[in-house]
Design a protein around this ligand. Structure first.
Ligand code: NAD
Length: 356
């Protein structure tokens, strides 16, 4: 691929190729933008079909982190790393320590964390070589642990911001919420909703997860393909990406879409269609930022209360996006990008001023 053309098109700052012969490490660190602060983003360990696919994944995910952190009000930039390999067979101490040394060499421009294919134990190994790693089991920074409960709490808060917009009241008791995927985030979200008195319709391809939601949350289970047309007030996608598309949108009966899944819109035109239909869509990267807000607190020495207070501001972030979308008569996914870009530009300008 033409890497510099791509970097130029989306204004990437830096791409680092890391190779270590002893361990067999092949990793890519993509740093998209550090205007607001160090680039924080997870490390994905994946068997890519080819090198271009790995580079593109790192680049795409890094840019996504810039927008997510900026819209979340964090003083963090966007970055991401990928290690090319099979997470089942290719992990070793020396490989992660080699990766840790590369991260250390960036002197804090990039901070890594867990992602698909990596876990807390891997972060602990990286931590032996660098402090620029979040999500370790114990450190002088303190540990933020599993991000899913924080993500779910943020989604619940964001859902309330949508409810206030739709019905003038953020109370969700008596409302029906259809949750697609009751795994880590979906289950915790369901718990908040159940405790508040909402009714739940759920689906999952994992029988155990489905049964847990039915038993513990009093949810009604439906088949996976039935969740889109479920008679509910809110749809919470918490399983897969691209589930808002030309096939599923016409089935929806809800007034709000608010869930944790990444990249929910298959195409931008699907976001335009939701606006046309008057369905309030909470943009995925704004409403699912609870996990990154939580882990970012580690950088100050982790404090659970402070972190959760910060996660609660997902409410305000979602409300801000909805307000801008209304004022400018644009879909919410576009407003989310503008909120992020305007913050980066304004703070970037500010940093050029008042230099002592
Ligand atoms: P998870 O794997 O624990 O849960 C996903 C659930 O969805 C599983 O129970 C799975 O069986 C189910 N599922 C998969 N395909 C399905 C289908 N076709 N129909 C119905 N159910 C299906 O993952 P998670 O950590 O709960 O994350 C859920 C989503 O939120 C993912 O898209 C993830 O990228 C996103 N997300 C998660 C976090 C986090 O903190 N965990 C943060 C941001 C975004």
């Amino acid at each position: 691929m033409e890497i510099f053309s791509y970097m130029e098109k989306y204004a990437y700052e830096q791409v680092v190729f890391c190779h270590d012969k002893t361990s067999g490490l092949k990793a890519i660190v993509a740093i998209h933008n550090t205007t607001l602060g160090p680039a924080l983003g997870g490390c994905r360990f994946w068997t890519y079909p080819n090198e271009d696919a790995a580079i593109l994944d790192a680049l795409r995910l890094a840019r996504g982190m810039t927008y997510k952190s900026a819209a979340a009000g964090l003083n963090l930039g966007g970055g991401k790393s990928v290690i090319i390999g099979n997470p089942r067979t290719d992990k070793s101490e020396v490989l992660f320590r080699a990766f840790g040394r590369f991260i250390e060499s960036l002197q804090g421009r990039y901070i890594t964390a867990e992602d698909v294919g990596t876990n807390v134990a891997d972060m602990d190994t990286i931590h032996q070589e660098t402090e620029f790693v979040a999500g370790v089991s114990s450190s002088t920074h303190g540990s933020s642990g599993d991000p899913s409960p924080a993500t779910a709490f943020g989604v619940w808060r964001g859902m309330k911001a949508c409810a206030r917009e739709a019905w003038g009241d953020e109370d969700l008791s008596g409302k029906t919420v259809a949750i697609q995927g009751v795994g880590n985030v979906g289950y915790h979200l369901g718990k908040h909703l159940h405790d508040e008195g909402a009714k739940l319709i759920v689906t999952d391809i994992n029988e155990q997860n489905l049964e847990r939601a039915v038993k513990e949350l009093g949810a009604k289970a439906v088949k996976p393909e039935e969740i889109f047309g479920a008679k509910a007030d809110i749809f919470a996608p918490c399983a897969l990406g691209a589930i808002l598309n030309a096939e599923t949108i016409p089935q929806l009966k809800v007034q709000i879409i608010a869930g944790s899944a990444n990249n929910q819109l298959k195409e931008e035109k699907d976001g335009d269609e939701l606006q046309r239909l008057g369905i309030i869509y909470a943009p995925d990267y704004v409403i699912n930022a609870g996990g990154v807000i939580n882990v970012a607190d580690e950088l100050q020495g982790y404090n659970r209360d402070r972190a959760m207070k910060r996660v609660a501001t997902v409410y305000d972030n979602v409300a801000k996006v909805i307000k801008m979308a209304k004022e400018r008569k644009i879909p919410t996914y576009k407003a989310a990008d503008l909120v992020a870009e305007e913050r980066i530009n304004k703070i970037g300008e500010l940093h050029k001023k008042f230099i002592p």
